[in-house]
Design a protein around this ligand. Sequence first.
Ligand code: C2E
Ligand code: MG
Ligand code: MG
Ligand code: MG
Length: 291
Amino acid sequence: FEAQNEFSRYAFYHYDMDEQLMDRLVLEHDLHKALDKGELYLYYQPQVNLREGRIVSLEALIRWKHPERGWVSPGEFIPIAEETGLIVPIGEWVLRTACKQLKHWHNQGFSDLSVAVNLSTRQFFQRNLVDLVEDSLKKANLPPRYLELEITESMTMNVSYATDILAELKRLGVRIAIDDFGTGYSSLYYLKDLPIDCVKIDRSFVRHVRTNKHDAALIAMIISIAKHLELTVIAEGVEQVDQLEFLWKEHCHQVQGYLFSPPASSERLSAEYEELQQQSKIYCDQLKHVQ
Ligand code: C2E
Ligand code: MG
Ligand code: MG
Ligand code: MG
């Protein structure tokens, strides 16, 4: 009896693995065609400067509308794209599309707005990265200061490579942010040497900031260090007013999260931009009364 049970569990396990593997292969196969078939979209999420009380930047976030599965999250397909190398053409499309879209928004009068683009590891180590960034800006006729590139801590582990490539990117005039800060193998020591402009505090720290003293202490510390290094600090994943109040009291520069807006399509963002700006202003004006 025991043995049979064992066996069925074993068989089930294998069946499950096959299913998962098949699923992944199918997804990988579909992803190969997604770009050409126009199934990829960029959504944009506002980043709000608390002191100015306005949206200063938009983070471009990729979306895949699969013909049968519907929306597939980037958490699911970015790793596949990364492993297969598909991230290279996809990443190029993201960069070019984001630059063109921002230029379009500037022309529409959304002035002084920047765009943030996530770079994948493979892209970061791609030999033509600097040329690609330069060409994307040129083709879109976008001044470089409006583009921010988001990298993660793990990409900077090869410090000399990271320092060189980031310096080249900075020479173009773009800004560099470290995404998901605090979750990777960061060394505070290198933070001072890397030519970066901004750190984005990971939302896992923000989530429990009002209930967990340790999270609160870590955020306060990250903000303080970043400020001393003259870096801009953005907190990710702000969903609640009390989280916002905490970040304001700690003098965090910018926030991003569902409280202000979820990521939205370019059409929707265009339509709701003025309203979102006003809403941001109202939230930030209320903060001025927070002790
Ligand atoms: P990320 O760069 O850290 O992006 C922030 C993620 O947090 C986004 O998830 C966003 O939708 C989500 N988010 C924003 N505000 C809130 C909030 O208040 N609460 C919660 N719970 N979540 C919030 P998304 O769009 O699913 O993207 C996940 C990750 O996929 C990104 O994390 C980024 O690492 C990667 N990714 C997205 N687009 C691209 C891309 O174009 N290229 C590359 N290489 N990676 C991308
Ligand atoms: Mg990001
Ligand atoms: Mg990330
Ligand atoms: Mg992040």
